[in-house]
Design a protein around this ligand. Structure first.
Ligand code: FAD
Length: 281
């Protein structure tokens, strides 16, 4: 597979403040130079960022040369809410979505009409036909709430059977988990592109917290090495870029059909990894 056949993308979250908006504009301007396929923008639990996600996506779509893809989570939504958002995105020329179940903050009562992401994918297909390219989430290290690896794979396949076009994985630091997952999918007859989600390492405390929440494993050797850097952020970042570059190289050499970077609205680590991999050449 050549680089031209692969899909590269960058993920942002919707900023809350004017300063955050300016920062994201600067970040996306730097990343746009890499000519990714699209920029995606996350959707807060239970619709908490609904308007900000919409504004961020429309701004990207209208002000940059790169396509924008909103994340859309369904767990606390009604069919009417989702239909309204789909219509809004359709009217703004958006053609790609990342369709998710989402997580509900603990203690919140769920009132939604959708239980799982496969139901959202089915609904999008029923109501909008083939208009949207639909991405769904995949979990090489198993979704934390899954009963078993096997069930999780069957549940992943439901989303593809419902009409998803491609998938983006949760981040991981173990390329074998990705390759094994892709093999398992192929064995089940799932042949859509499964793009590895890449989380650059820039802050150990924050990464450890995220990983605890989403079930992504930081291997013991990596945790120990990262912990050793303490407050020496420059050395930690340099080491993190090295480790993540090497993993991306393994993934691409092994046939991964692209990379999706979780940028946390920062450009520099993703650009360094990109340059190390000579992806613009
Ligand atoms: P599902 O595919 O519905 O799976 C959730 C769990 O239910 C799994 O354990 C699965 O095995 C099980 N399951 C699925 N279908 C069935 C079924 N039919 N019957 C029984 N069990 C089933 N969260 C946000 O809030 N906003 C975002 O913007 C966001 N973006 C993300 C982007 C990516 C690329 C990824 C990987 C995750 C993202 N998340 C986001 C996190 C995601 O919402 C959570 O991981 C959530 O817990 C699961 O969402 P899902 O779409 O994978 O759910």
């Amino acid at each position: 597979m050549t680089n031209a056949d692969r899909t590269y993308s960058f993920e942002f979250f919707p900023p809350k403040t004017d300063k955050g908006v300016d920062n994201l504009k600067a970040t996306r301007a730097k990343l746009a130079k890499l000519k990714p396929e699209y920029f995606s923008c996350t959707f807060g639990a239970g619709g908490s960022t609904r308007d900000r996600t919409f504004e961020t996506v429309v701004d990207i779509q209208e002000e940059t040369s790169i396509d924008a893809a909103p994340h859309l989570s369904c767990i606390d939504s009604t069919r009417d809410n989702i239909a309204g958002m789909l219509q809004g995105y359709h009217d703004k020329g958006i053609q790609r979505l990342v369709a998710l179940r989402g997580d509900i903050p603990s203690g919140t009562v769920v009132v939604g009409e959708f239980r799982y992401a496969n139901e959202l994918v089915s609904y999008i297909r029923e109501t909008t036909g083939d208009h949207f390219h639909i991405e769904v989430a995949a979990y090489p290290e198993i979704h934390p709430q899954a009963n078993s690896a096997r069930d999780d794979l069957i549940n992943f396949k439901r989303k593809i059977d419902a009409g998803a076009n491609s998938a983006i994985t949760q981040y991981f630091y173990n390329a074998d988990a990705y390759f094994r997952f892709v093999d398992g999918c192929r064995d089940q007859g799932v042949d859509i592109p499964i793009i590895p989600g890449i989380m650059p390492i820039t802050n150990y405390v924050q990464l450890a917290r995220f990983s605890e929440m989403c079930g992504a494993e930081i291997p013991r050797w990596l945790r120990k090495r990262l912990a050793d850097f303490g407050d020496d952020m420059d050395s930690l970042k340099a080491f993190g870029i090295d480790v993540v570059t090497e993993m991306c190289r393994q993934l691409l050499d092994g046939g991964a059909p692209g990379l999706h970077f979780y940028t946390l609205n920062q450009a520099s680590a993703s650009i360094k990894i990109w340059d190390n991999l000579s992806l613009s050449d």
